[in-house]
Design a binder for this molecule. Structure first.
Ligand SMILES: *[C@@H]1O[C@H](CO)[C@@H](O)[C@H](O)[C@H]1NC(C)=O
Ligand SMILES: *[C@@H]1O[C@H](CO)[C@@H](O)[C@H](O)[C@H]1NC(C)=O
Length: 124
């Protein structure tokens, strides 16, 4: 029982840290619906852990999707890289051949990574 409680507390602390230390993605989110082949802005918070993101940190944006309980994020598409992370947004062009799913995710990587909630992309 004690072991179980310690495990849970440790897990919660790790989850909170992971969220706090990475830029929070504002768009896309649960209510986002994008269209394959379209151009959209990915947006995120530029204040991380109470401080602005340093100007020399570059970012990478990847697109993936979740599939049931599979932990694989299927990050097959790199949508942007080598842009400054402190601007808070980056325009991306979606591949034209994406199939309709409500479980796409965007992963934003600086010196560490963070993923968006699952959102929808509709096929062309
Ligand atoms: C969610 O994303 C949409 C764009 O898809 C944006 O207009 C909206 O402001 C976002 N919601 C929140 C709570 O940031
Ligand atoms: C960030 O990207 C810019 C422009 O592509 C490049 O000049 C710079 O060296 C990169 N910075 C780092 C830390 O990789």
């Amino acid at each position: 029982m004690i072991k179980y409680i310690v495990f849970c507390v440790t897990l919660v602390i790790c989850l909170v840290k992971a969220v706090v230390l990475n830029p929070h993605i504002i768009v896309p989110n649960e209510s986002t619906v994008w269209k394959a082949g379209g151009t959209f802005d990915v947006k995120w918070d530029t204040i991380v852990y109470g401080s602005p993101i340093a100007p020399e940190v570059n970012g990478t944006i990847k697109l993936g999707y979740l599939d049931g309980t599979d932990i694989n994020e299927h990050l097959f598409w790199t949508l942007a890289s080598g842009f400054p992370l402190n601007t808070g947004s980056q325009s991306v062009v979606l591949p034209t051949d994406l199939v309709t799913k409500a479980s796409y995710i965007i992963v934003l990587m600086g010196d560490s990574g963070n993923s968006s909630p699952q959102f929808t992309i509709e096929a062309n």
